[in-house]
Design a binder for this molecule. Structure first.
Ligand code: ZN
Length: 274
């Protein structure tokens, strides 16, 4: 697999105010591709000074992918979720006892959702390379571009995570070090060139983690992806610690998101596993 820099369009917006003055014909729909059991102790960092009595409590949370439809520019996917191999096998066919276990009902897999809606994808943007976000690639078309944040691939461990990227010839990477910052979120990329869909560098959960913003006519929606697992991360102002590459950086990123949501109360927020 080759790595190539994703070609970036020049950003003409200097502030989120300017972006939100210019909503675009773009819509978002959520697909649940399975679920996973996480522990609240860890989904919320129990070591954080603000953490009080975080319970040892199991939560079953959804594994999501988002379908983006832009009236003029077509269909996109944010994350791939799970393919159908998890329906009969919680390890999704990965022969490694360390492989994560997921739960999947019949017809929850990503291909089923796409075929049911007759969606022809233009490309797939990936928040990060954890299995519950990319396993679905195994049943998606390989001729379209797949895009991640630069630095993310270094942490990808096919032996533990599964060889989900095996049949991709090129992996496109967004180099956030070369991108203008829009405060308070930092480096933000106008993915479709008209201010409709944004990727925002939110490292910590993984090295190259990205979140997304959808700027449609019903108001802007911020998709944290795994920068927050559940809404309680925002309410308590405490980032996750489980499955997290750099807990300190994840906390810093969460605080940046909270600042943004406070500054722009018109923005709705969706957390990665909620
Ligand atoms: Zn993750």
């Amino acid at each position: 697999m080759k790595h190539k820099n994703y070609p970036l369009k020049k950003n003409t917006f200097k502030s989120w105010d300017k972006v939100f003055e210019n909503p675009r014909p773009i819509k978002l729909e959520e697909f649940q591709t399975g679920s996973v059991i996480i522990n609240k102790k860890g989904a919320i960092n129990p070591e954080h000074p603000l953490a009080q009595d975080i319970k040892d409590e199991k939560l079953e949370v959804p594994i999501l992918a988002y379908w983006i439809h832009h009236e003029g520019q077509g269909d996109y996917l944010l994350d791939a979720g799970l393919d159908k191999s998890y329906y009969q096998d919680p390890h999704g066919g990965i022969k490694n006892p360390l492989a994560d276990e997921f739960i999947q009902k019949k017809d929850q897999n990503i291909k089923f959702h796409l075929e049911k809606k007759r969606i022809q994808l233009k490309c797939v943007f990936l928040s990060h390379l954890h299995p519950d976000h990319i396993a679905g690639i195994r049943e998606l078309p390989k001729k379209i571009p797949y895009i991640i944040g630069k630095g993310e691939f270094n942490e990808y461990k096919p032996d533990d995570f599964g060889n989900f990227l095996k049949n991709l010839k090129i992996l496109y990477e967004i180099d956030f070090s070369k991108i203008d910052e829009i405060p308070p979120l930092g480096p933000s990329v106008d993915l479709l060139g008209d201010g409709s869909l944004w990727s925002i560098f939110t490292p910590g959960h993984t090295p190259g983690h990205i979140s997304f913003l959808v700027n449609g006519f019903n108001g802007p929606i911020f998709l944290t992806m795994d920068a927050c697992f559940i809404h309680e991360n925002i309410e308590k102002k405490i980032a996750p610690s489980s499955y997290t590459w750099n807990i300190k950086l994840a906390q810093k990123t969460l605080e940046k998101i909270i600042r943004f949501l406070k500054e722009y109360p018109q923005v709705k927020v969706h957390c990665g596993h909620e």
